[in-house]
Design a protein around this ligand. Structure first.
Ligand SMILES: [Zn+2]
Length: 242
């Protein structure tokens, strides 16, 4: 294969991909619950890698204090719906992919409508109830799901492939309430965690490589430490053990 000036040439010439691998990425369908900090860098990389279909479900609007880490948004996006601004930005980055969005909040009545039919779900939600609903949908429909988060200067990545691996409820048996008010977060931790999450998504689409299943990957920006925390599938998990 030669280095021609096409969008994906530099990755298509990788032995792990080839044209066949790129076709798998281009056929990939990913839905994102939310479009905040980690999803900003994650979605950028999915779009640039050529993931063919991206859908974003989010009803938040861009605020000034988002801009230290939510790199999908610009100063002039303040006040706009994130999903709308994100879709616009991703389409500009890569007009060869399909990006759509819903300005909605996921609940039990619409979870199937919004999350059904995708190859990978990007986990998210406003609080434990919604996150566990998304997790349960992924488990019930056997849809791979990638969880990515960042707080302070730490990032976390976890992948699940139901029904074979631990689910989010196994990792966090007591998922805490979302903290009210501003959560300290280092934008670079957000960005790195998002890139690691995108890496998981692309490996899932390719069906190649090691995944962060049955483990929580974590890192600290200020210490340069990386951790792999094993996560056992809980025999008493109310979501994945029935
Ligand atoms: Zn579980």
């Amino acid at each position: 294969m030669s280095f021609t000036n096409t969008r994906y040439n530099r990755q298509e010439v990788m032995p792990q991909l080839g044209l066949e691998g790129q076709n798998k990425i281009s056929a990939g369908r990913v839905v994102s619950v939310g479009a905040g900090g980690v999803k900003s860098s994650l979605l950028y990389h999915l779009a640039s890698a050529g993931v063919g279909t991206i859908h974003i479900v989010d009803f938040d609007r861009v605020e000034l204090s988002n801009l230290n880490r939510q790199i999908l948004y610009r100063q002039h996006d303040i006040g706009r719906y994130k999903a709308e601004a994100a879709a616009e930005e991703l389409r500009e980055l890569n007009p060869d992919i399909a990006v759509s969005y819903s300005l909605d909040r996921i609940d039990a009545s619409n979870v199937d409508e919004f999350l059904g039919g995708y190859d990978v779900i990007l986990e998210g939600g406003d609080g434990p109830e919604q996150r566990l609903l998304v997790n349960k949908f992924a488990v019930d429909t056997r849809t791979p799901m990638v969880h990515v988060s960042a707080q302070y200067a730490h990032g976390y990545v976890f992948t699940m492939v139901p029904p074979d691996t631990a689910c989010l409820n196994c990792v966090y048996p007591d998922l805490p309430e979302s903290r009210k008010g501003p959560v300290p977060v280092w934008g670079l931790a957000t960005g790195m965690a998002g890139v690691m999450g995108a890496n998981e998504v692309v490996k899932l689409l390719l069906g190649k490589g090691e995944l962060a299943t049955n483990q929580l990957l974590s890192f600290s920006n200020f210490q340069n430490d990386t951790y792999t925390i094993p996560v056992a599938r809980r025999t008493a998990c109310p979501t994945c053990q029935r």
